[in-house]
Write a new protein. Sequence first.
Length: 256
Amino acid sequence: MTYDCKMQTWPLITCTTRQVVSSAQSFPATRKSKEETIKLAVKHTEIVRRLTDECTATHGTVFRYEYSPEMFSQTEPEFELEVCEAVKTAWGRTGPGDERKIFDLPATVEIGLSNHFADLSEKIIIRLHPHNDRGTSIAAAELGMLAGADRIEGCLFGNGERTGTVNLVNLAMNLYTQGISPGVDFSHIQAVVDVVTACNDLPSVHQRHPYGGEFAFTTRRSPSVIWRKGVYAYYGQSKKGHEEAEKHWDIPYLPT
């Protein structure tokens, strides 16, 4: 945490602590027992609490705390809960609004069915971090949200280590098709593709990538005819203006 900056310019800051808690990872990496792992989590949380309290007293900045137990999906649920409860108690402030505690639950490595990841979710503020090792990160994220998760952490077009994290473009556009606004604007998707490709210095998005691929809105002759007629009927033959028509989107082959 950068402590000597002008915190008064930031009314709300989220501080994140990440810790290895899975026995499959923690003991070989840190040689710590479960009891020592909990003590370390509490110690670091108390340090962050002390520093943030000092900053709040000086600058008035409000701090929200986020704790992220690495390899969440490969940790015994009972131990995971024990660690999170200890962190929650050490932080002390857990209430409504800005006082709500955040637990970021990363898959780290995708190892099981999507519903398994969703079933592990407990609701406080939960931010899920699905990976795509099995190719099902979108399903894991959607099921996790249905299970009560508040936020999803991922990358545009699924960038990230190994096979990538959850694809936020796909996830957001899927939500739009269900009538839910995710709060992001992908109406100029090609511009997003261009920026992501340039910034990541990676090959262009695959031609058949959902929503953003070059072929995503191309089709063979007969569906294209239906598609075109649907557009004409929607905007033309119905004689509805754009403002009225857009209240209820209904065009063949285009769910959003």
